[in-house]
Design a protein around this ligand. Structure first.
Ligand SMILES: [Zn+2]
Ligand SMILES: [Zn+2]
Length: 279
């Protein structure tokens, strides 16, 4: 199982998951041209994508979904409430497959579970994607004001996590936005701060967690090193030695191999338990 963010931030989000011949996108918030360019940079033809799952209707998650569905025939999986909120993006020729939240559905070889988050959209969802053949599980949770109990439960036992680290509390407080926007971003239906992302990552840590990708970073109220430091510090307290990376708006990340990262994390765990200091 492999994963890459094609891009992430307030101007567009899309994450690719690949398992065998199945390629699935979570959100299509970049233009059709950008998605084609970035998939191409990872060696993937747009027509080889099996489907796109849309988490909620905000434009930074849906900008390219209509055009991609029409151009490349991607079926669009979205909840019925999100489909209703996306009507202006669709022309009726797209293949829409609606689902209800808290359900699990299959896209070729992958199992997708969609669950409710706390965010100011019609039906805001986060997803886990599981590959039944390998048992590997990826969790993707951006656009959440708070890591609620259902979100934390759903994200347990993931081997790779994409977590929102949207803003630094102080940079948001002192930043350029009007007070109403600051309240929205920092509120319980807004976006997750570095501090909350760090706490969530530490809580979700387990020995088989191989990678954490920080996503949906604010360009005004955050920067990569700050987010990395907050989350790295929290995970270091758990003896985590897996990957921590930041997804950016402009370029795709590499394709991360989840099985290899899990094996690396486990190997290091075993070294820590049995090997360190004895040689
Ligand atoms: Zn968003
Ligand atoms: Zn949103």
């Amino acid at each position: 199982m492999r994963i890459a963010a094609l891009g992430s931030g307030s101007r567009g989000n899309s994450v690719l998951i690949e398992s065998g011949r199945t390629r699935l996108l979570v959100d299509a918030g970049l233009s059709g041209r950008q998605m084609a360019r970035r998939l191409g940079a990872l060696g993937i033809e747009p027509a080889a994508v099996a489907a796109v799952v849309v988490t909620h209707e905000h434009r930074d998650h849906t900008r390219g979904v209509g055009v991609a569905a029409r151009r490349w025939g991607w079926p669009i999986y979205m909840s019925s409430q999100t489909a209703a909120a996306c009507r202006d993006l669709l022309r009726g020729e797209e293949e829409i497959r609606t689902f209800e939240r808290e359900t699990t559905f299959r896209v070729q070889s992958l199992e997708v579970h969609a669950f409710l988050t706390s965010h100011d959209a019609a039906d805001p969802l986060a997803v886990t994607v599981r590959d039944p053949a390998s048992g590997l599980k990826i969790g993707i949770a951006t656009d959440l004001g708070r890591p609620t109990v259902p979100v934390r439960n759903a994200l347990r036992n993931c081997h790779f996590l994409v977590l929102e680290a949207n803003h630094d509390d102080l940079l948001l407080r002192d930043g350029p936005y009007p007070w109403s926007i600051k309240e929205r971003i920092g509120g319980s239906r807004g976006h997750l701060s570095n501090r909350m992302a760090a706490e969530l990552a530490a809580e979700l840590h387990h020995p088989e967690l191989g990678g954490v990708l920080l996503a949906h970073m604010s360009e005004e109220c955050n920067d990569g090193p700050l987010a990395l430091r907050a989350v790295s510090r929290a995970l270091a307290a758990k003896d985590y030695r897996g990957l921590i990376e930041v997804a950016t708006q402009e370029e795709p990340t590499p394709l991360f191999d989840v099985a290899a990262l899990r094996a690396r994390a486990l190997g290091q765990e075993q070294l820590r338990l049995f090997g360190d200091g004895s040689a």
